[in-house]
Each structure stands twice: as C-alpha cells, then as structure tokens.
Design a protein around this ligand. Structure first.
Ligand SMILES: Nc1ncnc2c1ncn2[C@@H]1O[C@H](COP(=O)(O)OP(=O)(O)OP(=O)(O)O)[C@@H](O)[C@H]1O
Length: 150
C-alpha cells in the first residue's frame, strides 16, 4: 500500500476510536484496499444512488457507499458531503469521510483509443451490523398480515 494510503489508514483507525473526530478526505487507494478492490464478497447492499461495501480496517468495519456517477453529479456530491458533515446525532449513522477521485484512463471508443475521465465518489460511514432496518419492519408487517394465511 502507498504511503498516503497507509497514513490515511491509521487516521481512519484513530477516527473510529475517537467519536469526536471530524470526517475527512480519504484516498481511493485506501478504500480499494479495505474493500478488496470493491469485491463482490464485500458488497452489503445497494440503494437509489450507490452500491454499499463493507470495508475492513483492523478489527473494525466501515460502510462505503460507492456512488453512481450517472445518478449524482459533482455539485450534488459536494452538497451531500456538506450536509453530512453538519449532521452529528446519536441516532444518526456517523459520517467518517469522503473520496472524490478523478483519473485519466485510455479506453477504446469507436475503434480509437481515447483518454476517458474516470470519476470515483465515495462516502464512508460507521458500519451498522445486523442488516437493514426495513427487513425488521417488513418482517413484522409480513408476520402480522400473512403468516396466518400461509
Ligand atoms: N452504515 C451502514 N452499515 C451497514 N450497512 C449499511 C450501511 N449503510 C447502508 N448499508 C446497507 O446498504 C443498503 C443500501 O443502503 P443505502 O443507504 O444506499 O440505500 P437506501 O437506504 O435505499 O437509501 P437511498 O434510497 O437514499 O439510496 C442498506 O439497506 C444496508 O443494508
């Protein structure tokens, strides 16, 4: 792992230990490293705007939302990060950091090689175990309404 990523890894470890630490910018190389390069095995869910991965950092975990560029543009991403940085509440999942990375990559288009701009935008949160709340809510609704019929 490169030096920048290894410094960021220890910063993130310290942030997980210190609940008062502010969210910060995280390098893409660190996020690739802790998610096995966004491996399918570490995928934990997906929502309207993102695929969510579990990132392993020491004996702790974080949740990483990898945003779809088609669904959220740069301005919206900045606004989202600004809002998340202001929210601090015991009942709201803690926001730990963000990553906005842009790299040139040579791609074939129409039989020609062209330099494509590849954007990665990610949001990092504390990891909440035991799955999604809607499963528990829907589980109850299902039990109350349909369990007797089946
Ligand atoms: N902090 C987290 N810790 C653990 N799992 C998470 C966390 N955040 C999201 N997930 C998992 O990823 C799934 C998708 O989350 P996400 O917030 O992207 O979708 P959503 O709740 O449908 O929201 P939206 O519609 O705003 O995208 C959740 O249902 C949950 O299983």
């Amino acid at each position: 792992m490169e030096r920048k990523a290894s410094t960021a890894r220890s910063d993130l470890e310290q942030m997980l230990a210190d609940e008062t630490a502010e969210p910060k910018a995280l390098p893409l190389s660190l996020l690739q490293d802790i998610t096995g390069d966004f491996s399918d095995d570490q995928q934990i869910g997906s929502g309207g705007f993102a695929v969510v991965y579990k990132g392993i950092i020491g004996n702790r975990a974080v949740a990483l939302k990898r945003l779809s560029n088609a669904l959220m543009d740069e301005t919206e991403f900045h606004r989202e990060v600004q809002c998340l940085m202001r929210v601090k509440h015991k009942n709201v999942v803690r926001f730990l950091g963000y990553c906005a990375d842009r790299q040139g990559s040579m791609e074939k288009f129409d039989k020609k090689l062209v330099m494509a701009d590849v954007h990665e935008r990610l949001l990092c949160f504390e990891y909440i175990p035991k799955g999604s709340l809607d499963k528990y809510i829907m589980g109850d609704i299902w039990r109350q309404n349909f369990a007797k019929v089946v």
